[in-house]
Design a protein around this ligand. Structure first.
Ligand code: PGA
Length: 256
């Protein structure tokens, strides 16, 4: 039985301590009795300390949206996993399509970051997904296979057990065009098949695979009811406590 995980990815949208605090102070009481779903907020670096202050002794975990694969040194503008650990960060989103497309992060770089995160005991939420042109050219499975092989290169089964995969079709991110539950489920099943081939059945069955891309309070339930969808990575709808709470409740309901 996989525990669903809901990640709120605030992107570059909630970066002042006051707005972060306001949102979280509304969310904390709403979700305090939910123990069937892991809840993570991945916030900009500037408010991670605010999350640390606001979320200690709650059931909401702290996530970062990126990190570098070195611990220290002359890497202007980068963030060390040590700094993240020190302020209570437990999860880190790696390989988000915005990092891949806008900031030109390669699968090889993402692979290095995943290895470092695991070595530092941070849990990577690794994003994979195809562009619209790739889907239209029937290349979705080819792209997913390539990304799985490259981003998880040289990782073993134990390491994989600490990873969360987020399948995020890029055409569905921030566009209001959600993948249908059937489209998402089909790729989630395919990802498990690849994990079985690359690692083993146990790894494939136990890894949590989130869906991401225009999840909202209305479509969440149908997505999470699919057998292979273990929660979601939520962008826009994670900015308001009410909509995020509805999505968390949908994940809670999906296991009952
Ligand atoms: P969205 O973003 O929910 O706003 O589509 C999802 C994501 O990019 O993780």
């Amino acid at each position: 039985m996989r525990k669903p995980i809901i990640g709120g990815n605030w992107k570059m949208n909630r970066g002042t301590p006051q707005e972060a605090k306001d949102m979280l102070e509304r969310l904390v009481p709403l979700v305090k009795d939910i123990d069937t779903v892991d809840i993570v907020i991945a916030a900009p670096f500037t408010v991670l300390v605010t999350l640390y202050d606001t979320l200690s002794n709650t059931n909401i975990k702290i996530g970062a949206q990126n990190m570098y694969f070195e611990e220290k040194g002359a890497f202007t503008g980068e963030i060390s996993p040590i700094f993240l650990k020190d302020i209570g960060v437990e999860y880190v989103i790696l390989g988000h399509s915005e990092r891949r497309d806008i900031f030109k992060e390669s699968d090889a770089l993402i692979n290095k970051k995943i290895k470092k995160a695991l070595a530092m005991d941070l849990k990577p939420i690794v994003c994979i997904g195809e562009h619209l042109e790739e889907r239209e050219a029937n290349k979705t499975t080819e792209i997913i296979k390539y990304q799985i092989n490259e981003t998880f290169k040289d990782l073993d089964k134990d390491e994989m057990s600490n990873i969360i995969i987020a399948y995020e079709p890029i055409w569905a991110i921030g566009t209001g065009k959600t993948a249908t539950p059937e489209q998402a489920e089909e790729i989630h099943v395919f990802i498990r098949k690849l994990l079985d081939q690359k690692f083993d059945r146990e790894t494939a069955d136990s890894i949590r695979i989130q869906y991401g891309g225009s999840i909202n309070a209305k479509n969440a339930e149908d997505l999470f009811n699919k057998e292979n969808i273990d929660g979601g990575l939520v962008g826009g709808a994670s900015l308001q406590s009410d909509s995020l709470f509805q999505i968390i409740k949908a994940a809670d309901k999906s296991i009952k």
